[in-house]
Design a protein around this ligand. Structure first.
Ligand code: ZN
Length: 591
């Protein structure tokens, strides 16, 4: 007995998918159906059911009415011996998290399309994927990691999964895309690019192969998936990725792809490779090794865990590290990326207000719902989480004379999952790390995971033969990583801006000159030092000033003009540069 779904791009121009759900054995007490409120990997309530436009049901004896139970649930009448539910879904969210359909392509996550048959979530599911009716769209193809039963050359036809959770964990792309296949440790990998771009597919495949093989070997062969698909949507502006058990959906900018003939790894291509490395690492860390709180996954409401620092932070630590380990970048370039992460954490005062455990727990309402006060109030469990991972790695190496490392912790976590399917509890990683280090690490975890004080980065980086230096930011776009260029740093304003029609204050940092002057996020900066300002003008003006200078400032708050002069301060030295000590070599296990 399985649950049958049929999906058809019914009206691509109107962005409408039609779904038919057939249940041969509905609950006689009244079958309940519901659509998830969130998609695993993206910790925000998105209420996908709001995109269901029409829904109708029938049983053997004819049409039946569904009773709406709540924002995402329906119930069929008692006594139905079969149930067929037909509904349409509006799909116009160009992101990796939902569904998108037009004349150029279709993409969906199952969490946007497939109603869950409550009480039968463990049953096998079958999906019939149908072509769009339009004659102009008959050349569309399908890309997905979902196991197929009987499909045509283009990939339309029947698919089957073990259960509902697997059904919604294989996103589907359909359209006219470019596809390349490569092997990594005996596993077929597919790269699928949708959109308008010019690039070198062979080169991307070669680079991805190195990353994938390094990660499969890290956790140990055989890889836990039979096939893997990189589903990449290429757009002018946009960025994101979402992990799945045997695929990832990525949304990238055109310039993230290498140009045909290009030999070097540009910064924007490096960003793409880093994203691929990140999502691929999740194949183990979060898709399989996962919080006990996610077992089983409750998709109707928030599921809180203090552990996202481990699942996202450790993954963020290894994503760039694997680019270095598999030789795509050298140590110097790796350290530049690491220094940028450190800078990102240190330039936000929120790191002293929220621990990474709290940031994880409150991801739903804080990290995923950032407002103008976020830099003052929260810390990223990605960025700081990756620094916690770095320090933990260093600590284990120091305690074991470089015989053990965080690698051993990850491999132990993987073995624990692979052998016994155990979820990760709050203290699991702490305990494993202490066993591997042969030391009590409670003090470190209290500081790093539950605390808000800065991490002992200098001391820990020295374990890798790396020296950390702090300098002042030299411009508003200075993200760290490179040595100082100017003799004198810019004086400090402590405000960030966004250029709209006018120049708008986007963030005012706590304890900054702008805050003391009374500026607020949302204010329009009319004139600074008697001059009209654009985004570029602010840095130019500051470059001519020194700490202690008083600048006249006029700002609009709503429609009221405010005169709020600002006294410039000394820019705090929170921009990071990392240098290798010549007398040290990077430890072997780091490489
Ligand atoms: Zn992630």
């Amino acid at each position: 007995m399985s649950i049958h779904y049929t999906v058809k791009p019914l009206d691509p121009a109107g962005h409408i998918f039609e779904v038919v759900l057939e249940i041969s054995d509905p609950d006689p007490a009244g079958q309940r159906l519901s659509l998830p409120a969130w998609i695993p990997g993206s910790y925000m309530i998105r209420d996908f059911a709001r995109n269901i436009v029409e829904i109708h049901a029938e049983s053997d004896s004819g049409p039946v009415s569904l009773v709406k139970l709540d924002k995402a649930g329906w119930q069929a009448p008692e006594g139905c011996t079969s149930l067929r539910v037909k509904y349409t879904v509006y799909a116009w969210d160009l992101s990796v998290r939902a569904a998108h359909l037009d004349q150029t392509h279709g993409f969906f996550n199952g969490t946007s399309l497939f109603l869950c048959v409550e009480g039968q979530r463990d049953k096998p599911c079958e999906l019939l994927l149908e072509r769009a009716g339009e004659s102009s769209l008959q050349d569309w193809q399908v890309a997905t990691a979902m196991p197929s039963m009987s499909v045509d050359d283009a990939g339309f036809g029947r698919y089957r999964t073990e259960d509902y959770d697997e059904l919604v964990d294989h996103p589907v792309e359909m359209g006219r895309f470019e596809r390349a296949v490569f092997d990594a440790c005996g596993v077929e990998h597919e790269l699928v690019l949708t959109g308008r771009y010019r690039t070198d597919m062979d080169r991307i495949c070669q680079d991805l192969k190195r990353i994938c093989e390094a990660q499969i070997r890290f956790f140990g062969e055989p890889a836990p998936m039979e096939r893997y698909v990189f589903l990449v949507m290429v757009v002018g502006n946009g960025y994101g990725g979402l992990e799945h058990r045997a695929s990832t959906s990525l949304l990238i900018r055109r310039e993230n792809l290498p140009l045909p003939g290009e030999k070097t790894v540009s910064d924007s291509y490096l960003e793409f490779l880093g994203l691929c490395s990140h999502e691929y690492f999740h194949t183990w860390n979060v898709k399989r090794i996962r919080p006990a709180a996610f077992m089983p996954l409750r998709l109707s409401a928030e599921v809180h865990t203090p552990l996202l620092w481990a699942f996202e932070g450790i993954t963020s630590y290894y994503d760039d590290l694997f680019l270095y380990r598999c030789g795509l970048i050298d140590a110097e370039r790796y350290l530049r990326l690491l220094a940028k992460t450190i800078t990102r954490v240190y330039q936000s005062p929120g790191r002293h207000r929220q621990s990474v455990a709290e940031s994880s727990f409150d991801a739903w309402t804080k990290f995923y719902k950032q407002d103008e006060n976020a830099p003052n109030a929260i810390v990223s469990y990605y960025a700081k989480g990756s620094l916690v991972a770095l320090c933990l790695d260093a600590l284990i190496r120091m305690h074991t004379d470089h015989q053990r490392s965080l690698d051993d912790v990850m491999q132990a976590l993987w073995k624990r999952w692979n052998d016994r399917q155990l979820g990760v509890e709050d203290g699991t990683i702490q305990q494993l790390a202490a066993e591997i280090a042969g030391e009590d690490l409670d003090g470190f975890f209290q500081l790093a995971v539950d605390g808000v004080e800065d991490l002992p980065l200098e001391a820990h980086l020295s374990a890798f033969g790396v020296r950390l230096e702090w300098r002042a930011a030299e411009s508003s776009s200075d993200t760290g990583g490179s040595p100082a260029k100017r003799d004198a740093a810019l004086p400090w304003l402590g405000a960030r801006f966004r250029q709209e029609k006018d120049l708008v204050v986007s963030v005012v940092l706590d304890d900054s000159p702008a805050r003391r002057a009374g500026w607020s996020a949302g204010d329009t900066l009319v004139a600074l030092d008697g001059l009209r300002m654009s985004l570029a003008d602010v840095d130019k003006l500051l470059a001519r000033c020194t700490s202690g200078d008083v600048l006249d400032a006029h700002l609009f708050r709503r429609d009221e003009l405010l005169h709020l002069p600002v006294t410039l301060g000394a820019t705090p030295k929170l921009t990071c540069v990392l240098l290798t000590e010549e007398q040290h070599r990077l430890p072997v296990r780091f490489a």
